[in-house]
Design a protein around this ligand. Structure first.
Ligand code: EPU
Length: 342
């Protein structure tokens, strides 16, 4: 019942950042029962418990105290909803991109804009991953969790998960007792493409053709091509995708900033708020391609912090603190880190 627990386990290969890191204790959990047994084991010893999925959005410190549990709960099943939509039930440990490939290949659109995002389903839910106008929360019906306080499974509705831009309850103190076991997605029977992002539309050569002809498979391929060109492959250069979220500011603040920085890149949101392109702020603050030892900002995209080899989580955090301080000084905007710290 209790899975094997290893001491002083290297986590170097378990995050896409490839940071040099050792966990005091480490184990894999392939079911809710194994997860519970491991949590009990750690609780009895007063050890903190931390969870890892695909490690795609994780900054692992050099020493991770307590027990790290890698959630490897598998599962993929589909069912037709009364209105013909496809309900897809997936385990937290499934690779999210496999779900994208599989559902699009089976003729169901809905996840194609989220193609090529590394990590597991569990990580995707924590982070409410988003790309090219789609956020995972829009495709979710519910999330199944292990509630450590009551030692039982619970099914959370989407509102209960408190999703927002790159945010969920699982990132907050209120969600610390909840471990994601799986999720149910809803993919529409009547599919419509979500377009409108310049890079994606250009890849699809939309100017020469009618939108009615576009398929989900084509969008999936286009998203893979665009991401493949823009973002560094974590197998080649360690990274966690966008390192900061795009800051949301008031219209009044945005307007003031625009008068002093007319080239500022931004997107209009509802409710009188504006989203600023963090990449633009970081580049304008002089960090694009910058290096501090093994840590740097990717030379082709200012929002990606990279590990050039052998970096630690502490170095990543220190460098990102430097970026945060300079952007604050230059623009009065406080950037927030996207990855979670282990
Ligand atoms: N820009 C610069 N310098 C750069 C790169 C970009 O000034 O080095 C400016 C450009 O003007 C560009 C703008 O920043 O138009 C925005 O850049 P981009 O279109 O690459 O998108 P992003 O805001 O950097 C967001 C998500 C990505 C997602 C893409 C596409 C966040 C934090 N990031 O990136 O998500 O794939 O849009 O939807 O919201 C991730 O979260 O890990 C991620 C990759």
């Amino acid at each position: 019942m209790l899975p094997q627990i290893t001491e002083h386990q290297s986590l170097d290969a378990m995050t896409t950042f490839g940071l040099h890191s050792t966990a005091d204790y480490f184990a894999h959990a392939k079911s809710a029962e194994e997860l519970d047994a491991l949590i009990v084991w750690a609780d009895e010893r007063g050890l903190p418990v931390k969870f890892l999925g695909g490690g795609a959005n994780t900054i692992a410190k050099s020493r991770v105290e307590g027990l790290v549990i890698r959630v490897e709960i598998k599962g993929f099943s589909t069912e037709e909803a009364p209105n013909g939509d496809l309900l897809v039930k997936v385990g937290a440990g499934e690779v999210f991109d496999d779900i994208v490939r599989r559902t699009v290949a089976e003729g169901f659109g809905g996840l194609e804009n989220l193609a090529a995002i590394p990590g597991t389903v569990g990580g995707a839910v924590v982070q409410n991953i988003g790309a090219y106008g789609v956020e995972l929360a829009e495709r979710l019906v519910s999330v199944t969790v292990w509630d450590r306080t009551v030692k039982a499974e619970r099914v959370l509705s989407v509102p209960e998960c408190d999703f927002a831009y790159r945010h969920s309850i699982f990132k907050t103190p209120a969600g610390q007792n909840l471990v994601i076991l799986g999720a149910t997605l809803r993919l529409p029977k009547v599919w419509t493409p979500i377009l409108g992002y310049r890079d994606l539309d250009a890849e699809l050569k939309l100017e020469d053709r009618s939108v009615e002809m576009i398929t989900a498979a084509e969008i999936e391929a286009a998203v893979r091509a665009v991401r493949g060109r823009k973002l560094p492959d974590p197998h080649v250069i360690g990274n966690a995708g966008s390192f900061f979220t795009n800051p949301i500011v008031t219209k009044v603040f945005w307007h003031e900033l625009l008068t002093t920085h007319p080239n500022l890149v931004y997107y209009k949101l509802g409710g009188g708020r504006m989203k600023l392109a963090a990449a633009w702020l970081i580049e304008a603050a002089g960090f694009k391609g910058a290096k501090r030892g093994a840590v740097g900002v990717y030379e082709n995209h200012a929002l990606i912090v990279v590990n050039h080899g052998g970096a630690t989580g502490e170095e990543i955090i220190a460098f990102s603190d430097e970026i945060i301080a300079k952007v604050k000084k230059d623009f009065g905007v406080t950037l927030e880190r996207e990855p979670v710290i282990l």
